[in-house]
Design a protein around this ligand. Structure first.
Ligand code: PEP
Ligand code: CO
Length: 403
């Protein structure tokens, strides 16, 4: 039995649509009483994001759905609490603003820019366990909002107080994000996006102003492991006004995607719903076309963007996760070609990237097994470094210009 969305204080928390539905990828919180207390505290904290900012982002995303703009989402796979400080946040913002400026100038159209920031503290995992090189078996790291990355059994026990720390870090990060808006035109802001994953974090932050919205973020997406149409995560996203996304991986059926479009965008608002394709370079060709066709046939407006990262993860001989820029570009190329061939708009990019000089992704697929990856800092998935991210953005520009 999967865990369900809520425990004992169901009756007085908002977001009731998610209650009682299957909720995969939730940590086994060891202290339900503490979890309840934390949820009550989150419920009483002020909203991180006002409703009008999120509504403004939905308007900007509508231009992507209308083919008049592109979207750029980028940032860490897993944000760290220790990075919720002005200088790391400034560096991430600078990278986003620079890449966004490149897209805007080269494509001559507006760019809607979102950081995987101010809340990207929780990770879905394919296994509950991690086998360390030393032969130990540890509960897997699920993001700073849940446990600590440190390879130690006690550090890996989920601690609900971390949800409050995540809220504090998100507030600190949003402060820096908002400062970066000063003197910029409205459409040129970086907005805050993260995966809508941890229900005890998100549900108490659903606020009515006047309609329910997720006050933890501007844009939220549902991951590939939690996009079950009858599940709690989809119910949560359906219950809020924010612009939302859904990751679309290789196991997605056309029937499920059509259901998701109907559930998540019943009012057919352009900008409300984004599908984020993450198929893998070797699978996108057969898998994506029937999905694009099925969604187009509904007439429900959606934006399609490419996450060329998550379907292209491999392991080095030493067991490190990596990705090759070559595979990433292959998937992106196929994405643009397929969307175009089906009369749809290849509306943008979702990247895991960092301004820090890391070596987590390799240039060529042939190097992926043997790469040493000396500068590896991500506690989760491998990120593009600044140069690699710029190359991917340049490639996207070239693909769109080659009309
Ligand atoms: C992610 O974006 O970090 C992620 C886990 O993606 P997906 O749900 O597509 O696997
Ligand atoms: Co990731």
């Amino acid at each position: 039995m999967p865990p369900h969305a809520r425990s004992r204080i169901e009756s007085d928390l908002p977001g009731d649509q998610a209650a009682g539905k299957p909720a995969p990828q939730q940590p086994a919180w060891p202290d339900p009483g503490l979890l309840d207390e934390v949820q009550r505290e989150l419920l009483n904290r002020p909203a991180l994001v006002p409703a009008e900012e999120s509504a403004h982002l939905a308007d900007l995303m509508a231009a992507v759905a209308r083919r008049e703009a592109v979207a750029l989402q980028g940032g860490d796979c897993a944000e760290l609490f220790e990075d919720a400080a002005p200088s790391p946040v400034h560096r991430k913002l600078e990278q986003l603003y620079d890449l966004s400026a490149t897209l805007r100038e080269q494509l001559g159209m507006p760019v809607v820019t979102m950081g995987r920031m101010a809340g990207q503290y929780a990770k879905p995992r394919s296994s509950d366990w991690e086998h360390t090189p030393g032969g130990e078996v540890l509960a897997v790291y699920r993001g700073d909002a849940v446990n600590a990355a440190e390879a130690d059994a006690a550090a890996r026990v989920p601690d609900a107080r971390r949800l409050l720390a995540a809220h504090d870090c998100a507030a600190a990060t949003l402060k820096v994000i908002r400062e970066s808006w000063q003197g910029r035109a409205d459409g040129n802001r970086v907005f805050a996006a993260h995966e809508l994953l941890l229900l005890p974090y998100e549900l108490p932050q659903v606020r009515a102003d006047p309609e329910p919205y997720a006050s933890s973020l501007h844009f939220g997406w549902i991951g590939d492991r939690t996009r079950e149409p009858d599940g709690a995560h989809v119910a949560l996203a359906a219950s809020v006004r924010n612009p939302v996304g859904v990751k679309v991986g290789p196991s997605t059926t056309a029937a499920d995607l059509v259901r998701l479009a109907r559930i998540l965008n019943p009012e057919r608002r352009p900008g409300r719903l984004t599908f984020i394709a993450r198929m893998g370079a070797d699978r996108i060709d057969p898998l994506l076309p029937p999905l694009v066709e099925a969604v187009s046939a509904t007439g429900i407006p959606v934006a399609w963007i490419s996450d060329p990262m998550h379907g292209n993860t491999t392991k080095t001989g030493r067991g490190r996760k990596t990705r090759s820029v070559q595979a990433i570009l292959d998937e992106l190329t196929a994405f643009v070609r397929i969307l175009r061939a089906h009369g749809a708009w290849p509306g943008g990019l979702h990247l895991e990237m960092t301004p820090e000089p890391v070596t987590e992704c390799v240039a060529r697929s042939a190097d992926a097994r043997t790469a040493a990856l000396n500068q590896y800092r991500s506690p989760c998935d491998p990120r593009l470094n600044a140069e690699q991210a710029a190359d991917v953005v340049d490639a996207f520009v070239a693909l769109l210009r080659a009309a």
